[in-house]
Every structure is written in C-alpha cells, then in structure tokens.
Design a protein around this ligand. Structure first.
Ligand code: IMP
Length: 429
C-alpha cells in the first residue's frame, strides 16, 4: 500500500526520522511540495544528515526519490545537497527524478523574500528567506521558470528578461542583469537534465508494477497555504491535497495517511500558537528537545500539545494514525498539560477557528496529567513505557481522535516503538 506521511502540527514534527525509518518498506519516496525551506534531520548510527530538498529515502540504497512538480527547486541548493551527499558516500546517481514541471527558485526570489519581509515590518511572517513565497507567486502568476523551460533557449531568454526587468522596477537601485541570470540557468540546466522527467507517468507505471510509494510532506498542516494559520503559513499545500496536485497522482493512489505529531508543540516564525510556553518551561522543552530550526538554526517556540490543532489536521487530511515523536523530551516533568479546547473571546470552542490568526483572544483550555520519572528514552516496546507515559499517549489518542501507531523515543532509528495492534503496522506488512 502507498502511504502519505505529513505534518499534523506547525512543521518540524520529526517527519525526517519517520520517513527514513519506514523507507525500507517502500521502493519510492516522493516529495510533493515546499522547497529547501524544509530541513529533515536523520541520525543513522550516530551520523547526522540534514536533507532539505531531496527526500530522506535517498539514504537507502535502491530507493528512488522523486521531487514533484509541486516542489520549488533552487538548483544551487539542490546541487549543494547532491555534492554533500556524495561527500558522505551516498551517490544520488539515477535514483533521483525531478519533475520537468517543477518551478525553479531564481536568485532574485531570495532577495524578494527578504524585501517582502522587511516591508511587512511588525507583521512579518518569519520566513526562511529561501525565496519560497516569491517562486510560488511567479508560478501562480504564470511567469515562472520550470525545469523543462531550461531546454528552450529563446523562450527562457524572453521569460528571464521580462521577469528580471519587472523585478528591477520593484527593487530600487537594482542592477541585476538578466543575461547573467540566463547564462547561469543554462549551465544549471545542463547539470539538471539527467534527473528531469515526467513524474506523473513514472509514478503511474510504478503503481502498475506494484512498487510501493511513500508520499513525503514538508512543513505541516498548520502551515498550509489554504488550511493553515494564514497569512502565517508557507506558500504551498503541505496537507493531503498537495500529494495529488504536486505529483500528478489520483487520490486513489493514497492508501493510508500517517500524521506526524510531536508529543508537545513547536513553531518557527511568527503567527498564532495558543499553547506557547514562555519562561522556564518553554526554555526547558527547547533545550531538552534541541528545538532549533534544521534549516535556519532559529530557536523554535515551544508549548504544550494542542489537540485542537491535531484534531483539525486529522479532519483535513483524513489521518488514519499518528506517529508521535519526541516523547522522551517530556521525561522528568512533574506534570504535563494537554490543550483540549480553546476559549475564543471568552467562549468555549473545540474546533479550530476557521481563521485562527484573526480569531481574537485565544486562551487554551488544559487538562493536567502526571508526568513520569523513569526514562522513556530509547524504549522500544509500548508495554515497557512508564504507566504515566502510556496513559498520556492514550489520552492524546482520545482527544486527537486517532490512534498512535508509532512512538519515537529518541533520534536514532532504533529508538522507536511500532504498535502492532495499530493501522501503521498492518500497512507495513
Ligand atoms: P517560508 O516557507 O520560508 O515562506 O516560511 C513561511 C513560514 O513557514 C515561516 O513561519 C517559516 O518558519 C515556516 N516554515 C517553512 N518551512 C518550515 C519547515 O520546514 N519547518 C517549520 N517551519 C517552516
């Protein structure tokens, strides 16, 4: 069966480890949205890998990795990643396929990203400054440059000239020369060509041949352009719909949906986060969870598990099971809170407000659960968890409305519990 693995919170849920762990059960791993704003950290035998654009499946021999049309590709960042992997002894070779319909992030997209943030001032989004938003703007504005455009020199020259001239009008004193951008693109196109192709067709054939596919999401549901905390979102569909539009596969291709959620909550960048903890507790979660952005190194905002947001992600994505990560970070806390509802302008609410960023005054409603003193770190069987940790997980299942099929108790592959009685284990058989 093919499965989608996506974020059920605000990104950084630990999808990298989960995708890496499950990859041996699949022959293809396909990214469908986002770009090198993502940072998927994987530890293998104590070695740390941070992947931004290439699916984490690349660390497994024989697995084909796909970058779909829904992804925005910065060729420079892609080549840097390929070279870095080569330096670590991992040859991307012919195991990478990039959609020829994927849009490119061009050098001026980064500048426009930074400029747009500066113009927003107090209302800034807190983007990763990777040019993601401006690249998607050009895509939707029908003036983007795609991988396949790199082969038609004349059309490319026209597109780049018009785009650079328009951009020079926006950025005062800019002297960017369209020819320099064009020449660079031609060089990049030469190198990219060997990996470019028809992703939709490839995946269709793979499905007919019975090859199993894992669809890998980046960011999280609350950062989705349509369903997230707009405007404090990324510019793509991180939620389930992105799989179909971002790869050219039909909904029937998705057999199961695994939502990844941390046992608490983090967010990078600006925007609402009702369960955010300030002071000592927030600091403690940040330090014990090493909550610093994998792409930008920014400290992540930390808070309690927000079941309102996860329930929402379950509904929007049709999540069948949750992979619960970083349970061990909660080790040693005396008590742990779970947010089960909100008070919005004083009125109780248990569904996520349609427009959370404009909802007004949101106060989380908490239940307080006892913590545990025996460590969960490295535990590999559910029954071996302290009873309080098992109760905490059981309560998260109730309030989130979905079973927990996998629990991560440390950063290494081995530090994982797969629950045999839950949907995920059946999918993998
Ligand atoms: P952008 O994707 O760089 O435009 O950033 C938009 C928002 O999404 C900002 O709040 C970023 O911090 C956030 N964001 C983008 N990528 C990630 C990610 O991979 N993990 C967590 N947050 C992200």
């Amino acid at each position: 069966m093919n499965i989608a693995v996506l974020g059920a919170q605000y990104g950084d849920e630990g999808k990298g480890k989960i995708v890496d762990l499950l990859t041996p059960h699949f022959s293809i791993v396909a990214r469908y949205q986002g770009g090198h704003n993502a940072g998927h950290t994987v530890y293998v035998s104590g070695r740390k890998f941070v992947l931004h654009l290439i699916p984490s499946g690349i660390l497994h021999e024989g697995v084909t990795c796909i970058i779909g049309n829904g992804v925005v590709v910065d060729p420079q960042a892609l080549f840097a990643e390929i070279d870095e992997l080569a330096g670590l002894g991992i040859d991307v070779g012919d195991r990478l396929l990039i959609s020829d319909k994927a849009h490119l992030i061009l050098p001026y997209h980064r500048e426009l990203d930074i400029l747009s943030e500066a113009r927003r001032g107090e209302r800034k989004i807190g983007t990763t400054s990777r040019g993601i938003g401006p690249a998607y703007e050009d895509k939707i504005g029908r003036r983007g440059v795609r991988v396949c455009d790199l082969t038609d020199r004349q059309a490319l020259a026209d597109e780049v000239r018009e785009n650079v001239q328009a951009r020079n009008q926006i950025i005062k004193d800019s002297t960017l020369d369209w020819r320099a951008v064009y020449d660079e693109l031609l060089i990049q196109g030469e190198r990219l060509r060997r990996w470019a192709g028809d992703v939709s067709l490839f995946l269709d054939r793979a499905r007919r041949d019975g090859r199993r596919i894992m669809f890998e999401g980046a960011q999280g549901t609350m950062l989705d352009i349509d369903h997230g905390s707009y405007p404090y979102v990324t510019s793509s569909n991180a939620s389930i719909g992105g799989v179909c539009t971002g790869l050219g596969v039909p909904p029937r291709a998705i057999g199961g949906v695994l939502g990844v959620a941390k046992a608490y909550l983090t967010r990078v960048g600006e925007g609402p986060m009702p369960t955010e903890l300030f002071g000592e507790l927030g600091h403690r979660l940040r330090e014990s969870g090493q909550e610093y952005g994998a792409s930008t190194g920014r400290p992540r905002r930390c808070g309690w598990y927000d079941a309102v947001a996860v329930r929402y992600a379950v509904r929007v994505n049709g999540i069948d099971a949750i992979a619960l990560t970083k349970l061990d970070v909660l080790d040693g806390l005396e008590t742990i809170d779970i947010c089960t509802g909100y008070l919005v302008n004083g009125a109780p609410v248990d569904e996520l407000p349609a427009d959370i960023a404009a909802a007004g005054d949101i106060v989380p409603v908490y239940e307080t659960w006892p913590g545990w003193s025996a460590p969960t770190k490295g535990v590999t069987r559910f029954e071996a968890l302290p009873v309080e940790a098992r109760r905490y997980v059981a309560r998260l299942e109730e309030v989130s409305g979905v079973p927990v099929g996998l629990i991560s108790t440390g950063s290494d592959r081995a530090e994982t519990i797969i629950r045999e009685d839950q949907p995920l284990a059946a999918w993998l058989r």
